[in-house]
Design a protein around this ligand. Structure first.
Ligand code: FES
Length: 159
């Protein structure tokens, strides 16, 4: 699978990865949030046999993605932000929107389109039942980065 590395061939976590928890606990909880490496608020979630990790604050306005439902749009699994219902693909962090084919047609016909990568996705690795996250440190700016500042975390915790 693309997001979760298999544990079968290795007994060591990847370099620069961070321990999140035991897989059985994450599976039971469904979602776990953690401040990784003292610098990044990450959501790790388990869905249909697969682990995913992403920035935990929604790229739109910082909504708590850990409370979002998971639904499929156009065959893509998405977390739906509970705040304004933005859809974010679990695999790639792409924001999806519903495009109208022809604004004059009745009834309106729509289809799902990508706005590009909006939410930073991190790599999950499982080793002997332990789950690790490797932060995606790509230098490219991603919109969800905005909600990772110290200031935001402070106001978020007070809210
Ligand atoms: Fe997530 Fe607005 S904060 S949809």
């Amino acid at each position: 699978t693309s997001q979760t590395s298999s544990s079968s061939s290795s007994s060591l976590p990847p370099p620069a990865s961070h321990f999140i928890g035991r897989k059985e606990d994450i599976v039971k909880a469904g979602r776990v949030t953690k401040l990784v490496n003292g610098c990044r608020d990450v959501l790790v979630l388990y869905h249909q046999g697969q682990l995913y990790a992403m920035d935990m604050h929604c790229y739109h306005s910082g909504g708590a993605l850990k409370n979002g439902d998971i639904e499929e749009f156009n065959g893509l699994l998405c977390i739906v932000c509970p705040w304004h219902k933005y859809k974010i693909t679990l695999e790639g962090g792409e924001g999806l929107y519903q495009a109208v084919d022809d604004p004059l047609a009745k009834p309106l016909r729509t289809h799902w389109r990508s706005k590009g990568v909006k939410q930073r996705i991190h790599k999950v690795t499982e080793v002997n039942g332990d789950v690790f996250v490797t932060l995606n440190e790509s230098g490219e700016a991603i919109e969800s980065d905005v909600y990772q500042t110290e200031k935001y975390r402070t106001s978020f915790l007070k809210a």
